[in-house]
Design a protein around this ligand. Structure first.
Ligand SMILES: NC(=O)c1ccc[n+]([C@@H]2O[C@H](COP(=O)([O-])OP(=O)(O)OC[C@H]3O[C@@H](n4cnc5c(N)ncnc54)[C@H](O)[C@@H]3O)[C@@H](O)[C@H]2O)c1
Length: 362
């Protein structure tokens, strides 16, 4: 059976492609490589095209006739969406509409949509369940909520099955296959903190220390990217077995504060994360997720999350590189150095191999 994965060259999509291939599906990836990397597509065919190209979308869907579409392709930076909402509505809303239309024409019967906990806006209760009102507070969240509505309405009208997954904060990396998080620019806490630990001069900016949380920093729910991929696979299998369409949150129901993440990184790498508290960006973006989830830390999960992004030899060579004052990329051992196809063979060779199994929490 063939599955189309849009955004399969991106962080979460590339882990999904791998999970689908391992489960025996044939995978075709559609990605315009705007934020993804061709080198991340290890299995299946990569078609470099945009959701904006309706002709190419239609041709691709009719050529491969996938039984299901996994739709990860999107722009997903909150701050950027506030600065350029039209672009976000075009890429995320029009892009999803183009894809849906072509998929329905080609007879696709299952649609799995990547949504986000950002659709909930300011949390009124915690933990956030699927019944929590969905009132986003930024264009990114709205663009995803519009996408959800289009998928659910089209499915109802035209007899398609769907799963809509609202993820909390994806983190971690594949333990064996050189996949990982490499957003450029990077906005996610764990890769940024690992970089700050590696290069002391790059101080990590901690947004706010006055949250109503035990240590004053923002608490979020981090979910391992391999657990996300596993949940999507189970979602597909659920639909294949005739299960009902659904909207589901994907998180752990465990909160972790920024300071806890930094402490965990320091424990795993034995390196200090230089950091500085700033509050202005928080106020600008209007994003304030304090007490999103209960402050209960499962230590083994958090350690797994961090360790899965660092390989052991990376940590030790990183230490020696810092003590010798030599700045060498080969010392990183951090998943955020995932190479591009355009990178030199030497840099590609130095890509990351994380090493610990994931939690299997889901
Ligand atoms: N990373 C997270 O923590 C998180 C949390 C909640 C939801 N999500 C959702 O998960 C999905 C994947 O996120 P990610 O972190 O892997 O992001 P990512 O930027 O790594 O991946 C997105 C991929 O989509 C591609 N793309 C973007 N616009 C496209 C277009 N018009 N045509 C074709 N390809 C296009 C990009 O090149 C990239 O490969 C997104 O839909 C995002 O909203 C992510």
């Amino acid at each position: 059976m063939t599955i189309l994965v849009t955004g399969g060259a991106g962080y979460i999509g590339s882990h999904m492609v791998q999970a689908l291939s391992r489960a025996g599906y044939r995978v075709v990836v559609l990605d315009n490589l705007s934020t993804g990397h061709a080198a991340s597509v290890h299995n299946g065919e990569l078609v470099e095209a945009s959701l904006a190209d309706r002709g190419e979308l239609r041709a691709l869907l009719f050529r491969h006739r996938p039984t299901a579409v996994f739709h990860f392709a999107a722009s997903c930076q909150v701050k950027e969406s506030v600065e350029n909402p039209i672009y976000y509505y075009k890429n995320n809303v029009s892009g999803t509409l183009n894809l849906l239309e072509a998929a329905l024409e080609a007879g696709v019967s299952r649609f799995i949509f990547s949504s986000t906990a950002a659709v909930y806006g300011e949390p009124e209760t915690s933990p956030i369940t699927e019944e929590h009102p969905a009132i986003p507070i930024n264009p990114y969240g709205w663009s995803k909520l519009h996408g959800e509505a289009m998928v659910a309405d089209a499915a109802k009208a035209y007899g398609m099955q769907y799963m809509i997954f609202r993820y909390f904060n994806a983190a971690g990396a594949d333990p064996v296959n050189r996949l990982g998080e490499d957003h450029r620019p990077e906005t996610h806490l764990i890769p940024l903190a690992l970089r700050a630990a590696m290069w002391e001069e790059q101080e990590l900016q901690v947004y706010g220390n006055d949250y109503p949380t035990p240590d004053g920093t923002c608490v979020r729910d981090y979910v391992h990217v391999l657990d996300l991929a596993d949940a999507h696979l189970r979602g597909l299998q659920h639909l294949e077995q005739g299960g009902e369409s659904a909207i589901l949150n994907l998180g752990t129901e465990h909160g972790t504060s920024v300071l806890q993440i930094l402490e965990s990184i320091e424990r795993v790498t034995s390196l200090k994360v230089p950091s500085n508290v700033v509050v202005t960006v928080q106020a600008q973006s209007g994003e304030r997720y304090g007490l999103r989830v209960p402050f209960r830390l499962p230590p083994s999960f958090l350690t797994n999350l961090i360790e899965s992004t660092v390989r052991p030899e990376g940590v030790s060579s990183l230490r020696s590189s810092r003590s010798s004052g030599v700045r060498r990329e080969s010392a990183l051992g951090i998943i955020t150095t995932l190479p591009d196809a355009n990178d030199s063979p030497a840099r590609r060779e130095k890509a990351i191999v994380p090493f610990l199994p994931v939690s299997g929490l889901l």
